[in-house]
Every structure is written in C-alpha cells, then in structure tokens.
Design a protein around this ligand. Structure first.
Ligand code: B12
Ligand code: SF4
Length: 468
C-alpha cells in the first residue's frame, strides 16, 4: 500500500489519473488549466454511487513523472479521460503506470480516443480504448474488462436528465499551499470572469453547427439538455455547502434551444438563491436572430461574460471556416453588447463583456483578413480577447484534412501547443507575431473612430494569446 499526499492512504485497487501538464495544480501558469474535468467527475460519481470506490491522482498535481510513479504503484487498474490536448500526458502516464504495475490494466476514453483511435491503439500501454460517451458502460467495463475488445464503442444516456449530480469532492485537490489558498476546492478558482468560488457546470453537450475547425456534432452523439430545475437545484445545493460567487456554463453552445432559454429566464431569477453572474457561449448569428431573447438573458439572468466564437472579422475567412456567421452578424452582436453595456453601467450594474474567441493563422487567410479581425476586436467596448493560432485538432473536418495532407505541425509529443507555437505548415507566423505586437496598427485602425483606435495598446493582443 502506498501513501501519497494529498490523497492519503490507498483505498482502492482502481485509480483515476486526471490529466494535464505536469505542475498545473502546483504552480499554474494561468487559470484555465486549473479547471476540473467533468467527464472524469461524472464517471467517478457513477462508480462511487454503485459502490465501486476509486482513488485519484493527477499529472497536474505532480511536477515529475517519478512522483507520479510513486503514486500509482500498487494499483490493478487505471482510468483516464484523454482529449487531444491531454494525449501526451495520458500516454506518458499510461507508460509510467505500466512500468510499476506490469499486470495492471489501463482503460481510456475521451475525445482523443473518439477521434484518433489509431494513435491510442499505437500506444501498447492502453489496454482498452472506449470511443464516445462512457456513462452507460463504465460499470460493466470495470467489473469485467475481459468482456470488451481492445477498441469499443461507449454508450451514453439519452438525456442529461439521467446524469447524477457530480460529486465535486471526487476531483483532484490543488497541490500546493499557495494554490490551495485561492482555489476554493471542491469549487474552482476565480479567473477574472466573476467572483469566486466559481462553479463550472454543463447544461448541454453538443452544438449542432458544423464549423470546419470544430464540428462536434459529427462525433458527440445527441443528448437531451439538462432540465433547468436540475441546474438551479445544483447551484443552490453548492451554495448551501460551499458558497457560490459566480459560475461558468461550460457548454459548447449555451445560446441554443429557445424554449429551454425562456424557461431559464423565467426560473433562474426566481428560484436561485442569488442571481449570480455567469459566463456562457453563443454565436453572433443567433444573437442577431433572437435579439430579444439575448437581451432578456443579459438583463434578467446576469449573463455578463458572453463568450462568442467570432473567430474572424472577414467574410472570406468565415466562409472558409463554414462558420455560417457574417461580418454583419458579428457587428450586430458587438453593437448590441456595447449598447447594453453602456446602459447597465449607467444604472450601476455590472456591464456585460465579451469573451471573444479569435483565430489567426487560418490556412488561406490573407493579411487584409487579419487586419479586419483585429479591427473587429477594437470595435468591442468591453472585451477579453482570447486569441489563438488556428490548431488542426483531429475530429474536425479541417483538422483531419490538414493532418492527411501532412500540413499539421502538432505532434504526439506536443499536441497541446503553446499559443505562439507554429501549428500549420505554410502559415507566415512572423506576420502574426508582428501584427499582435502592433506593427500594422495603421492598417488595423483605418476607418475606426479615435476612441476605437485607442483600444488595445501594443502588446495587449499578444498577451491575449491563449494556450491552444
Ligand atoms: C469544458 C471544455 C473546456 C474547458 C475545461 C476543460 C476541462 N478541464 O475539462 C476549457 C475552457 C478549459 C477548455 C479548453 C480547451 N479546449 Co475544451 N472543451 C470543453 C467542452 C466544451 C466540454 C468538456 C466536457 O466536460 N464534456 C462533458 C464530459 C461529460 O464529456 P467528456 O469529458 O468527453 O467525457 C465523456 C466521454 O469522453 C467518455 N469518457 C471520458 N473519459 C473516459 C474514460 C473511460 C475509461 C471511458 C470508458 C469513457 C470515458 O465518457 C464521458 C461521459 O460521457 C468540450 C466539448 C464537449 N462538448 O465535450 C471541449 C473540447 C474537449 N475542448 C477542445 C479543445 C480543442 C480545447 C482547447 C485546446 C481550445 C483552445 N483552442 O484553446 C483548450 C485547451 C485547454 C488546455 N490548454 O488545457 C476540444 C478537444 C478536441 C479533441 N480532439 O480532443 C473539444 C472537444 C471542443 C472542440 N470540438 O473543439 N475546454
Ligand atoms: S465552433 Fe462553436 S458554433 Fe462551431 S461547431 Fe464548434 S461549438 Fe458549434
């Protein structure tokens, strides 16, 4: 039996290995690598409720593979949720696990297993690889792994209404005093979007659009949305137990399904202990399609961090991306949020701000397209720009195409790239570095008002590059 801090004595023969870069829960570089994994929490909750106890370790809570080795010694089974950006740490963790438990089984599922099974199968340490959702299969799998072939299809619930409320105490703990102090475990830390303690939650799982850099609907099966009442009950429960400061709705697309949203507008202000502000995602075209619904969400439910996947300010690139949004849609959403922000700020309320997702370095993008994108960001009065160089992830149509053409620079060793890494062959990254450093401000500022021109100082946009 091994004893390892901070989880204490080994209690089970099964261990979940939470994935991410070494040290992310010891001395994180930024807030987003501290978010917890809902796939892991859901499956672990289901197991514990069925009487199958598990332990947890995390590659994020150690600073070397040797430390992990000591923590995983003595287990019969390891379970992991592998996404493309955690594939390198998942693969390494599987190897470490096998070194110390040669007869132990490693069972992995998750997005990378779903979209890049070939890479999972090339790694001999993965004994079982589950594609797709795992909630209806996890118990059978751990009870009788031998009944499953090496690669198999998972089974999901028809609706998120069937999911249990996740037990957040099953998440890994922050692993240094400094991080523990501000983490609010088992809730999550502030990241600048709203006051802590922060709750992350999901109300829906799949987005029906088909943007070529994402197209989740082609690999995440449809599943009914979580009932509004269950979302509010969970928030109230967490408030009773830990105190809630604000929350983050991790849905890929919150602003869909108008009847659900109307029910949310009707019930959340009335039934929740407080009208906590929250972060959630939408699209510019649907903001334009349902402006009244959007305004009501902002005004009545305190949707004050509005994540929009603008991606580009150029119609030409938006078409290349099959974004199905236009420059006009983007401008409509920007004008509306600017106006609403002014109005709410004048009343002393927290004005809504954009979390604006932007991609640069999209294959086929011309300098003028990129200038338009930067110009678009400057039209936003209140914005956190989240800029990344386009990354060809497997699973997406464009990602698969570039991988097949040999143009992806993302590798098994380094899927999870840093923002300023080069990701696609043939893209002039030097141009983008100079653009973000302000070299082309004259071109970007053309046609903008003096106030808009002043927004964003040299370096701000470079600093806004996110890990991707
Ligand atoms: C929330 C979220 C985030 C959050 C938090 C991530 C976290 N710590 O969990 C944040 C905002 C930080 C984030 C960031 C990014 N994300 Co993200 N994210 C999501 C999102 C919207 C939800 C994830 C989730 O909780 N799903 C719900 C749970 C229940 O599902 P699940 O984890 O997949 O688990 C299920 C199955 O996979 C399976 N399963 C999982 N593990 C196991 C294990 C076993 C043994 C078995 C049998 C089954 C099984 O069963 C589970 C239940 O059904 C997904 C899209 C989506 N709708 O899933 C994208 C997604 C995972 N992200 C993605 C990407 C690309 C990113 C970024 C790189 C984006 C960017 N360019 O910046 C960054 C990278 C972050 C980083 N640097 O670390 C991609 C991953 C693509 C891929 N091929 O892996 C997705 C799929 C979105 C997309 N279509 O592009 N993300
Ligand atoms: S990028 Fe956004 S809108 Fe497009 S498919 Fe993905 S989640 Fe949906």
């Amino acid at each position: 039996m091994t004893i390892h801090w901070p989880w204490g004595r080994q209690k089970s023969r099964i261990v979940w290995i939470d994935l991410g870069d070494l040290g992310d829960l010891v001395h994180p570089e930024g807030p987003h690598e501290q978010w917890q994994d809902h796939g892991l929490a859901l499956l672990r909750t289901i197991m514990h409720q069925a009487g199958i106890q598990t332990d947890i370790v995390s590659t994020r809570a150690v600073t070397s593979w040797e430390q992990l080795k000591a923590q995983v010694t003595g287990y019969d089974m390891a379970l992991m949720n592998v996404r493309s950006y955690t594939f390198p740490s998942g693969r390494r963790a599987a190897q470490v696990f096998k070194e110390v438990n040669p007869n132990g089984l490693v069972m992995a599922g998750g997005m990378h297993a779903t979209v890049a099974a070939d890479e999972m199968l090339e790694t001999p340490e993965f004994d079982k690889v589950c594609q797709g959702p795992g909630e209806k299969i996890i118990l059978d799998l751990v009870r009788d792994p031998a009944a499953f072939p090496r690669l198999f299809q998972g089974r999901g619930a028809a609706s998120m209404a069937e999911w249990p409320m996740i037990d957040r105490t099953l998440w890994p703990r922050p692993a240094s005093r400094e991080v523990t102090r501000r983490f609010n475990w088992p809730l999550e830390p502030e990241c600048g979007w709203g006051p802590g303690p922060v709750v992350t939650l999901l109300t829906s799982r799949v987005c029906p659009w088909q943007c070529v850099f994402c197209n989740e609907s082609s690999y995440i099966p449809n599943i009914g949305r979580r009932p509004v009442d269950a979302v509010i009950e969970e928030l109230n429960y967490l408030d009773d137990h830990y105190g809630v400061g604000s929350f983050v709705i991790h849905d890929s697309m919150f602003f869909q399904n108008p009847s659900w949203l109307r029910e949310w507008i009707e019930k959340y202000p009335r039934k929740a202990h407080k009208r906590w502000g929250y972060w959630a995602a939408g699209r510019a075209d649907t903001v334009r399609q349902w402006p009244d619904l959007f305004e009501a969400l902002v005004r009545e439910t305190n949707w004050n961090m509005i994540s929009i996947g603008f991606e580009s300010g150029s119609d030409r690139v938006l078409r290349l991306l099959n974004k199905e949004c236009t420059e006009e849609d983007n401008n409509f959403a920007i004008d509306l949020v600017n106006r609403l922000g002014d109005e709410l700020a004048a009343k002393g309320r927290i004005p809504p701000r954009f979390w604006s997702n932007i991609m640069l370095g999209i294959p086929g993008e011309q300098p003028e397209d990129a200038f338009k994108t930067m110009r678009m960001i400057k039209r936003m009065k209140r914005v956190f720009p989240s800029i990344s160089y386009y990354a060809p992830y497997p699973g997406s149509a464009l990602g698969f195409q570039l991988i097949a053409e040999g143009k992806s620079k993302m590798s098994k060793e380094n899927y999870h790239r840093f923002p300023d890494d080069e990701k696609v062959v043939g893209v002039d990254y030097n141009f983008y570095r100079e653009l973000l450093a302000g070299k082309y401000d004259a071109e970007v500022n053309a046609g903008l008002t003096p106030e808009e021109q002043r927004r964003g100082y040299a370096g701000l946009y470079a600093a806004a590059l996110t890990k991707a």
